[in-house]
Ligand binder design. Sequence first.
Ligand code: MG
Length: 178
Amino acid sequence: MSFLQPDRYFSRVTKIDIGRDLLAQGLAHVLLDVDNTILTRDTHEVPRDVGLWLASARDAGIAFCLLSNNWHHGVYDLAGRYELPIVAKAVKPLPHGFLMAMGKIGGKRDDTVVIGDQLVTDVFGAHMVGLPAYMLQPLVEQDLPHTLLLRNFERIVMGEQRPEGAYVGVVETRNESE
Ligand SMILES: [Mg+2]
């Protein structure tokens, strides 16, 4: 595994097939990034389709722990609302938070995957502790200034790789039901 190459790259968390891409791979534990993975950075919402995906995955037996570098009360509120365990102030890519989050849900190295939208914090951090990483395109373009700087680096590493689930030449509607 290349430390800076995600194991899979998806356009959105909902494009991860719960059966095929998680359960069939033996991945029943997920360490899930928050900002721009399930929560929009601009309006601070969990899009409806993302909320439904989370519920379906949990019904299917996937255990989630939120894993975020964020330290604001919003991430704790989110964890409370969804009744999910959380490791916040995680200082990804350092290993400590990943290990704590695995411990909270009883995940092992061979049955846990990290899902997040950033190469340096989520993907590199996952690989440093020996976990696979599913990378996502960010939910929205807006992000913190230092994150936007890192996105330039991501573009260099990811090059022309296209995420799974993206439609070439077609703009996807994010909240079709709204
Ligand atoms: Mg993020």
